[in-house]
Design a protein around this ligand. Structure first.
Ligand code: ZN
Ligand code: ZN
Length: 252
């Protein structure tokens, strides 16, 4: 299991459109380079013995379908989304089987009693739990991989500005994530969909920055999730901006 010391922000013209890093031999972390889009989203490909799950399709860079098909081997491919924003669903058109973008479609596909229930998908000797976490957008999910204990949190928690559209829903969702972990699902790393913090604690890049010199690392320890749970519990019912070392809660 490994992460790069630092991600290439992908602003160099020679950078590939997608950077692939294998966390282990069945877990690929894919970064869409900043030179293609300032969002520089992270995508995740989880391989089981029979099926492959791609979480997010980025902004729609043309090379993605070919890349994914070369990585999945002969496994059946399922494409799902951390949530329905354009920088995570833009490449859907290149794939045949895509889980719908609305909360209703996500709930139906994963058989979730939305938003308080959870679902699960078996990729073949690899079961991934699906946890509804609306608040940032509305159809947001987290994925918990029981094998690696990675928790994929989309735009709900990552080293950057956590844009909150629905404050009560976001607080409830983060609290439920905390309860899910406490209920016997330990987390090795929390992995989100962007990096917007610099390596300097509490300091983010300007909005829309198309270069990220000296980025924060992607991975967050489980203590950062606990920190987010705590600050949101303390924040109360009125939306409030909260600046911490590794994230900024940002009501919109
Ligand atoms: Zn988003
Ligand atoms: Zn995003």
């Amino acid at each position: 299991m490994s992460f790069p010391d630092r991600w290439d922000d992908g602003t160099d013209r020679s950078s590939p459109a997608h950077q692939v890093h294998w966390y282990d031999d069945r877990t690929a972390i894919i970064r869409q380079s900043l030179r293609t889009n300032f969002e520089g989203p992270f995508l995740y490909l989880l391989l089981g013995t029979t099926r492959a799950l791609l979480l997010d399709t980025g902004t729609g860079e043309p090379g993605l379908p070919g890349l994914i098909h070369s990585l999945r081997g002969d496994r059946e491919l399922i494409v799902a989304h951390s949530h329905g924003h354009g920088d995570h669903v833009g490449g859907d058109g290149g794939f045949d089987r895509v889980v719908g973008r609305t909360a209703e479609e996500v709930a139906e596909y994963f058989r979730i009693d939305w938003p308080r229930g959870t679902g699960a998908i078996d990729l073949g000797e690899r079961v991934v739990d699906v946890i509804p976490i609306p608040g940032h957008q509305g159809a947001d999910i987290a994925l918990y991989d029981r094998n690696t204990r990675l928790l994929l949190t989309g735009d709900t928690l990552y080293p950057g500005r956590l844009y909150v559209k629905d404050w009560p829903a976001y607080r409830e969702s983060v609290a439920r994530l905390g309860e899910f972990v406490a209920a016997g699902n330990p987390v090795e790393w929390v992995l989100g969909a962007h990096i917007e913090m610099t390596a300097t604690p509490g300091k983010d890049y300007a909005m829309g920055a198309d270069r990220h010199p000296g980025e924060h690392v992607l991975q967050l320890g489980p203590s950062v999730l606990a920190e987010l749970v705590g600050v949101l519990a303390d924040a109360g019912e009125q939306p409030v901006r909260i600046e911490r070392d590794d994230f900024i809660v940002f009501p919109v």
